[in-house]
Each structure stands twice: as C-alpha cells, then as structure tokens.
Design a binder for this molecule. Structure first.
Ligand SMILES: Nc1nc2c(ncn2[C@@H]2O[C@H](COP(=O)(O)OP(=O)(O)O)[C@@H](O)[C@H]2O)c(=O)[nH]1
Ligand SMILES: [Mg+2]
Length: 303
C-alpha cells in the first residue's frame, strides 16, 4: 500500500495556506516540483477556491465558516515513481484544540494516524510567544517584600489588605482567575498532541515527523535556521523531540507559503509581480527553494 501522511496543527498554524499553495504548485507547473499530482479525494471546489484566494492575496477561508473538510492528495515522486497520500483532516484545526482540552479526537483522525507513515506538524513562526522562562518571569515579579501584607498582631478576616501607601487594595485583584484547559500555552499543546501519539488509542511506534514552521517570511531576516528557531522559541517542543528520538525521527523546515504578510501592502505589490509559485519559499535541512513538496518527498523516500 502507498504511504499515508497526516497533517496536524493547532488553529492558525498555516495548514490551509500551505494546502492552497501546494494545490496551486502541483497544478500550475510554473516551477520545478518533485512530487506530481496523481489524484485527489475530497472537494475540488474547495481546493480551487483556497488556491484562488491564495493567488489573489486574500485570506484563505476559515474552515469553521465552511464546515469540516477532509482532503487527501495522492502524489507520485517524479524521481523515483514512488507514490504517497497526504491527508488533511478537519482543516479548521479546532479538532486539535478539542483533543488537548477535552481529550477526545475524531475516529477518522485516529484511523488515519494508525495507518500513517509520516506526520506533518504545523507551527506558526508568527505567533506571540506565550512561554516565559522562569528567569524572565522572576525578573518581572515585584520584590518579595512588597508582596506580603503588613503583619498584624491579630489578623482580621474582614479587613482588606493595606498597601504601604495606605491605600486600600481592590480585594478582587488578588483573586486569581481559575485555571482552565484553554489557557494551556501553545508549546504545551503541541507537546500534548505529540505525546498523545505515544499511547492508546494510537498504536505506539517510531514515526517520521516533518515540522513545518509556517510564516517563515516573518522571521527570515533573523537568519536563524529552522531548527535553531525551534530551539530558541519553543524549547519545550525541541527538547521533547530530542528526548523522544526513539519515537520520532524529525526534520524541521521553515516555510513561507504565502510569501508575505497580507496586511503589508508594499510587500504584496512587490510579490504580485512574481509568478505565484515564486512567492513560496522553503528552507530545509539540506536546501532551499520554492518546492514545498520537498518535505512530503522526504517522507515518501523514507518508506
Ligand atoms: N506572513 C505569513 N503569514 C501566513 C503564512 N501562512 C499563513 N499565514 C497566516 O497565518 C494565519 C493562519 O493561516 P491558516 O492557513 O488559515 O492556518 P490554519 O488555521 O492552520 O489553516 C492567516 O492569517 C494567514 O494569513 C505565511 O507564509 N506568511
Ligand atoms: Mg485552516
């Protein structure tokens, strides 16, 4: 049977934009592209509509607006003749939030993951970093003494604490908002999704994993390598992958599927002068270019 790849990633991690650019790339034949389209399963109208939005610098539609859509693209490797299938489940991505928060996933996702021969995990390089290190957090905390209310001989339950200036504090300010699963930081969510794959209901085994750092144009000027960016900005994910190298064999790519930020009109005007495929860029472990079928070709080649 041909290898089967599953695409995963939190909402807004760049999955639909990648699919739109990929669909344009394999249809347009404007640039060298290692994988060719064999056939597809799913809604052609939807694929064409996201590719059209992508070509005209419009935001691809949020899947929550159009309902759950599963798409599968079958590829053939132009160099080796090998074939593979990439399954994009529930492009809304909310499914992955539900998996983290409610500990549930869809049957079709479980079935595809059990049959998978590789995973593409999307992480946006353009997200606000939600993780502070202990050192950074400590430097933002007030000195310990100013935290404590003045010591009273007989503490009174009815008296609000009084600050050093003598002002009464708002008693509600000291009430911490209750923790809930949706407050889990992005890094922790990603590690949760990956570590879920190591246990039931998923069959544990070694998996090939491609990490796509999307919106790479936003961080490209820092000259970091994709793996360097991951280690610096998502150390928990990076350490998880290093520690679990007997469960995941990972390759990390920086991908700009859109090429530019859509709200930067100058950059959009400049990009509009290029053939659409030339807006796409990918930086891989060994080379860079426009061909975003490369990571899928790597997955096929490891089979
Ligand atoms: N600058 C930039 N933004 C991108 C790129 N790819 C996606 N985005 C933006 O990231 C956001 C989420 O993308 P989307 O593909 O809808 O993510 P999904 O929810 O995982 O399908 C959107 O606002 C996109 O415009 C890129 O290559 N560069
Ligand atoms: Mg989407």
């Amino acid at each position: 049977m041909n290898p089967n790849f599953v695409i995963i990633g939190l909402p807004a991690s760049g999955k639909t934009t990648f699919l739109a650019a990929l669909w344009h790339l394999i249809e347009a034949d404007e640039t060298d592209c290692r994988l060719k389209l064999d056939r597809y399963e799913g809604d052609l109208k939807y694929l064409n509509s996201i590719a059209e939005a992508w070509r005209t610098f419009k935001k691809v539609p949020r899947t929550s607006q159009v309902g759950d859509i599963d798409v599968a693209i079958h590829f053939v490797d132009s160099q080796t003749g090998s074939k593979g299938r990439a399954f994009f489940p529930d492009l809304a991505g909310e499914a992955f939030d539900v998996q983290v928060e409610s500990r549930r996933c869809r049957q079709v996702f479980r079935k595809n993951v059990d049959a998978d021969d590789g995973i593409l995990l999307f992480i946006s390089a353009n997200a606000n970093q939600d993780g502070l290190s202990i050192v950074e957090l400590n430097s933002m905390m007030p000195p310990e003494d100013s935290e404590r209310p003045p010591v009273a001989a007989e503490p009174s339950a009815t008296m609000p604490p009084v600050s050093e200036s003598g002002d009464e504090r708002d008693p509600s300010a000291s009430v911490q908002a209750e923790w809930e699963p949706k407050k889990v930081p992005v890094q922790v969510r990603i590690v949760q999704i990956l570590s879920d794959l190591l246990r039931s209901p998923f069959a544990p085994r070694k998996r090939q994993l491609v990490v796509i750092l999307s919106a790479w144009d936003v961080v490209a000027s820092t000259m970091q390598t994709p793996s360097g960016w991951l280690a610096a900005n998502m150390p928990l994910v990076d350490q998880f992958l290093q520690t679990n190298d007997d469960s995941f064999s990972a390759q990390i790519y920086g991908v700009s599927a859109q090429g530019v930020s859509l709200d930067n009109s100058e950059a959009v005007d400049r990009a509009a002068k290029l053939p659409p495929s030339h807006r796409i860029s990918i930086i891989g472990p060994s080379r860079s270019g426009h061909d975003i079928t490369e990571p899928l070709a790597w997955l096929i080649s490891t089979k």
